[in-house]
Design a protein around this ligand. Structure first.
Ligand code: NAP
Length: 314
């Protein structure tokens, strides 16, 4: 909230795109004292149900629903719709562009996509929530996980100031992303969430083979996963690394690679590549003698050549 004299003025935000991100962040805003001035979406039904969740009476499928006095228009549409929304919005009359901010939630796009709005005097910025909002989860379940998160932002200085204010209202923080690294930033976010999910899916597939269940629960692995994450955050990936590669246990690693090739050949490229990355980390940590390092690298390389022919999934 902004303070004018002794009165606290709530931030007034319009949401465009009543999907997971718009609905969840809109709800955090409401719970933190902001006011949603309008919810606009491609379909009226999405706008209506999100508006009910966001305690907002103004909703519809046209941007003209956004009232003057809105402080920030938050565009939470899919990224390929952002440019269209920005240029339609910039053509509207009746909005106070000079005192209005506009942002979008796309990880791939910079603030420059909002240029038509900047030309009308709006303060623009990108505002990508560094969190996962799975489509199959109800918004209520995601809301608690959307507080205290980070937002990848860029834009002119006033835009970054406004991004900070919006993030503060959401109990979060921003990280400034240089526009030239936007795509690499988004690929980095993919590693943090999607690759982690895939890693857990590979774990489940391997454990499924060991336990003879097709899709067993991962509960027995939860303590080791959680301890590993805690150790990495408390120190660094190199310090937290344990296991046969870090110890230079070439014989054990050879048996692991052979076991994967024999039982789950489709996973061999993944397992081999990850073993190579583990060896790189062990080298960074300085825990391998030159002889062990060479033996390990030769072993992994022989399987990498092999896995390019055995690893094709149907
Ligand atoms: N999902 C995530 O984990 C995540 C994480 C970080 C950032 N993001 C980014 O956040 C943005 C929204 O993602 P999301 O997951 O919330 O997507 P989503 O659930 O598919 O929701 C997008 C919403 O935008 C609406 N929409 C589509 N085109 C529109 C238009 N031209 N005008 C107005 N509304 C329009 C859709 O409307 P109708 O329902 O009315 O048809 C839909 O409800 C994307 O840029 C995405 O990359 C997503």
């Amino acid at each position: 909230m902004k303070t004018t004299g002794r009165r606290r003025v709530p931030l007034r935000v319009a949401i465009v795109g009543a999907g997971k991100v718009g609905t969840v962040l809109g709800r955090v805003l409401v719970e933190e004292g902001a006011r949603i001035t309008a919810v606009v979406s491609r379909s009226r039904s999405s706008a209506r149900s999100a508006a009910a969740f966001l305690r907002c009476r103004t909703h519809g499928d046209a941007l003209t629903a956004i009232p003057p006095g809105t402080d920030i228009v938050f565009i939470a549409t899919p990224h390929d719709a952002v440019a269209g929304v920005a240029s339609t919005l910039a053509r509207l009359e009746g909005l106070e562009f000079g005192r209005m901010g506009a942002c979008h939630a796309s990880g791939m796009l910079t603030a420059s996509v909002l240029e038509p709005l900047a030309e009308r005097g709006a303060t623009v910025f990108s505002f990508h929530p560094l969190q996962t909002f799975p489509r199959s989860f109800p918004p209520r379940r995601i809301v608690p996980l959307a507080r205290g998160i980070w937002y990848g932002a860029d834009g002119p200085r006033p835009g970054l100031r406004m991004a900070r204010r919006l993030a503060r209202t959401l109990r979060g923080h921003i990280i400034e992303i240089p526009p030239e690294f936007r795509e690499l930033y988004h690929a980095t976010c993919v590693v943090a969430s999607n690759h982690l999910t895939v890693l857990l899916s590979v774990l489940r597939e391997m454990y499924g083979r060991v336990s003879r269940k097709e899709a067993p629960r991962l509960d027995p692995f939860r303590p080791i996963i959680e301890a590993t994450v805690l150790n990495v955050f408390a120190t660094s990936p190199a310090s937290a690394l344990s296991g046969p590669v870090a110890r230079g246990g070439v014989e054990t690693v050879a048996k692991h690679l052979e076991a994967v090739r024999a039982s789950l050949p489709a996973l061999l490229p993944y397992f081999t590549r990850m073993t190579l990355e583990t060896a790189r980390l062990a080298i960074e940590r300085g825990s391998l003698t030159p002889e062990r390092r060479e033996a390990l690298e030769n072993l992994i390389m022989s399987y990498m050549q092999d896995s390019s022919t055995t690893g094709n999934r149907k």
